[in-house]
Ligand binder design. Structure first.
Ligand code: BDR
Ligand code: CA
Length: 318
């Protein structure tokens, strides 16, 4: 089975924060074709301290044993530290949550990949700061990694995250994204234009609640609360009215179900530096001619119904 490192800005449980990293971790655990070797945390949806506590809490809830959690970057490369601190309800979990293993995420990522050349898939579902730092520490991971699979970017669509150009994970740390794109590592990107189509609605949440298992009902309640939350934030947006996107779980799903998305080899770069277009991806999308030097495989479509069935089938068993 496929051995992975999951690098995440998990925020399931932080007030007003996206729940999809939590579902991605749950899906990776539930998928019999995936072996979770290591979980690393990164600043993004929430501060890295909260992400680490909430990951420690979720692994306990899921009954995941013997998978180290290593804390990572607390800020993006070229942005000042945000000095965000955990909310009270997150701090309250500190004693019950699994304590992280010592050390730093970038080191743990580099060491684990170098110890198992050709065997490890690195799945990055937050800003790419840890991945870029690991590439700086040990550039040979670009050859030793089996593949890097990334939820991030916006390639073929015109939609964007609500209040930034492009997509959140790339926007938070465009320099890190550029480093990954230039690394030469085999990489597959699942971007926002595709993940926005992979959605859970209230009926799906109800299916989880009715599963009556240890985790699924909790996850179903979280889904209903998150749909309510984004609906209240963006009442005029019909896309957000009755469902929520499962961005990160789609990047986990394609590990064992590559048929869920169609991928295309393209040349991608990202706009760094200050300015309104910071974080926007540039993709040569001309049909026909092969791109001169493709550096990435990018998802161009998704079978959304097949994803949802795959996802619910595994999550309702937890
Ligand atoms: C990405 O940003 C986060 O809010 C989600 O967890 C996902 O990784 C989507 O743009
Ligand atoms: Ca994420």
């Amino acid at each position: 089975s496929m051995r992975i490192i999951l690098d995440t800005d998990l925020a399931m449980g932080a007030p007003g924060s996206d729940i999809d990293d939590g579902f991605a971790l749950a899906l990776a655990y539930a998928d019999p074709g995936i072996e979770l070797d290591l979980i690393t945390t990164v600043n993004g949806n929430t501060d890295v301290e909260s992400a680490t506590i909430l990951t420690g809490e979720l692994v306990n809830r899921l009954g995941i044993k013997d998978v180290p959690i290593v804390r990572g970057a607390s800020a993006a490369y070229t942005r000042p530290h945000l000095k965000r601190t955990p909310a009270d309800n997150v701090l309250a979990l500190r004693d019950s949550a699994r304590t992280p293993t010592g050390g730093y995420a970038a080191v743990a990522i580099a060491e684990h990949i170098m110890a198992h050349p050709g065997e490890i898939t690195l799945v990055a579902i937050g800003p790419l700061t840890n991945v870029a730092a690991a590439l700086l520490l040990e550039p040979r991971i670009a050859e030793a990694v089996k593949e890097i699979v990334i939820m991030g970017g916006m390639f073929f669509g015109t939609m964007s995250n609500r209040d930034m150009p492009g997509e959140f994970n790339v926007w938070v740390d465009p320099e890190a994204a550029q480093a990954v794109l230039r690394s030469g590592a085999p990489q597959r990107w699942v971007g926002l234009d595709v993940t926005l189509q992979a959605r859970l609605n209230r009926e799906h949440a109800q299916r989880m609640i009715e599963a009556g298992t240890a985790f699924a009902p909790f996850a179903g309640e979280f889904t209903l609360a998150w749909i309510d939350h984004i609906h209240a934030l963006y009442p005029g947006n019909p896309l957000e009215a009755d469902s929520c996107a499962m961005h990160d779980p789609l990047a986990v799903a394609v590990l064992t179900r590559p048929d869920l998305c169609e991928f295309r080899e393209v040349t991608v770069s990202v706009i760094t530096g200050e300015g309104e277009a910071r974080g926007v991806m540039i993709t040569d999308r001309r049909e026909g001619a092969e791109p001169p030097a493709a550096n990435a495989r990018v998802a161009v479509s998704v079978d959304a119904d097949a994803f949802t069935e795959h996802f619910l089938g595994l999550i309702t068993g937890l």
